[in-house]
Design a protein around this ligand. Structure first.
Ligand SMILES: *[C@@H]1O[C@H](CO)[C@@H](O)[C@H](O)[C@H]1NC(C)=O
Length: 429
């Protein structure tokens, strides 16, 4: 019994905080049962349900911000068990204290705000879990200058954002030329150097130059693709804090329609996929075969091709900001980490011992509307029907000769040149 109660007290993590009252009730019941068993089986019971001590210790230290507090409560419950007469009164007091201990934590408060009141489950087929988290309260003091720019440029608190330095100037030109042609007014270039800032101004492109005192900017000037990718998670945070949803865009993307007409807006993160088929883009059950296991030779595994961290829509919610922070933190500690891999691991790996998973809701974009260049060059351009579809964007993420292929995409989809894509190989040469 003691082991079970310890687990009840300590396996809670941040996301289970809302169940504090239920835990308290369980503790209450547990203590009552415990006292009954203690009465009838004073020695026998505890030995029959051994507690894995290492597991318990780990849970206490990893899951609780104040293990001393919880340890004290556990001790109190144990001694309460021995004092049958005063039991009821004590447990009630402990329940109250436990509830307060649970509520006193920052994340717990957030979750209460997010989840609101408890609900009864409705009839079969009518229940839906929360996936559209409420936006944060905008805080203009985070960056008043950016807040002012966004007030002018954003529409319905939404904006396309791209980060660019001089290394990608030519692609940036194709990028905003197509955005302008499509008639998307709410976009912003985050200029990482003077030349890009000037280039945008002279082309009448909305531009935001970050203050140079923000530390990470040495990355911005000289950085290759991956370094800049890490920076973008820090930059993005401010947009979200200001209360804006961001459609984060790489520069190697051709816009053919207005993406805001095709966004669902029901999830924290809505992203294009690196997948190239229904299976790979949307998820599948990949059966692993190990014949030596005989009867149990087949093991089912869950798989999905990664989300493309170069084109995703992110809503200004607590889970979204937590995601950005955790990605940026991991990238700052491991210079070899690839931001897209980190982004996906954090989005998809569940909580497990020693690790609290991120609870962000996610949606995969339609792979033909938000098309990667593998889908285009491997499948679509060879398929008479798919060829007629007009994507919203094409991301030349799978190929190194980006500018060349971007121009070919424009020729094909904008200028109607039917053979514009034909000369390219499926992959890189
Ligand atoms: C992929 O899924 C869509 C939508 O469910 C379906 O219409 C299409 O036939 C599928 N394609 C293949 C190749 O299975």
């Amino acid at each position: 019994m003691a082991g079970r109660r310890d687990a009840l007290l300590t396996t809670r993590d941040k996301n289970h905080s809302v169940t504090a009252s239920r835990i308290a009730v369980a503790v209450f019941i547990g203590v009552l049962l415990g006292s009954i068993f203690a009465f009838f089986l004073p020695h026998g019971f505890l030995t029959s349900t051994p507690t894995p001590p290492t597991l318990n210790r780990k849970m206490v230290s990893s899951a609780c911000e104040s293990p001393e507090q919880v340890n004290a409560l556990k001790f109190d419950i144990r001694s309460a068990k021995e004092k049958n007469s005063e039991l009821k009164k004590e447990v009630k007091g402990l329940m109250e204290r436990l509830r307060l201990a649970e509520q006193g934590k920052g994340q717990a408060t957030e979750q209460f705000v997010v989840l609101g009141e408890n609900h009864k489950a409705g009839p079969v087929g009518t229940v839906k879990a929360l996936r559209t988290n409420p936006p944060v309260i905008p805080d203009d003091s985070v960056n008043p200058r950016l807040a002012k720019i966004l007030e002018e440029v954003a529409i319905y608190k939404e904006i396309v954002v791209v980060l660019a330095n001089t290394n990608v100037l030519e692609m940036l030109q194709v990028w905003f030329t197509n955005i302008k042609r499509v008639g998307i007014p709410n976009y912003l270039v985050v200029a990482l150097d003077d030349r890009i800032e000037e280039f945008c101004k002279s082309n009448d492109v909305p531009v935001y130059r970050r203050d140079p005192d923000q530390g990470v900017d040495s990355i911005a000037k000289s950085g290759g693709n991956h370094a800049v990718s890490g920076l973008k998670f820090r930059v993005l945070r401010e947009f979200l804090q200001l209360g804006y949803s961001v459609l984060l865009s790489d520069v190697d993307i051709v816009y053919l329609q207005n993406p805001f007409d095709y966004i669902y807006r029901d999830s924290d993160v809505e992203s294009m996929s690196d997948g190239h088929s229904n299976h790979t883009a949307y998820g599948f059950n990949d059966v692993f075969d190990e014949p030596s296991m005989g009867w149990a030779r087949y093991a089912h595994t869950m798989r999905i091709w990664v989300y493309n961290s170069g084109f995703f829509y992110i809503r200004p919610t607590i889970p979204s900001i937590e995601l950005l922070d955790r990605v940026a933190d991991r990238l700052s500690k491991d210079s070899k980490a690839w931001d897209q891999a980190v982004f996906n691991e954090l989005l998809f790996f569940p909580s497990h011992p020693g690790y609290d998973g991120l609870h962000a809701s996610k949606r995969t974009m339609d792979m033909y509307l938000f098309m990667n260049s593998k889908v285009l060059f491997k499948t679509v351009r060879k398929d008479a029907k798919l060829k007629k579809l007009k994507p919203v964007i094409v991301h030349v993420n799978y190929h190194p000769n980006k500018l060349e292929r971007m121009n070919a995409v424009v020729e094909f989809y904008v200028n109607g040149k039917q053979d514009a894509l034909d000369s390219f190989p499926d992959g890189s040469d």
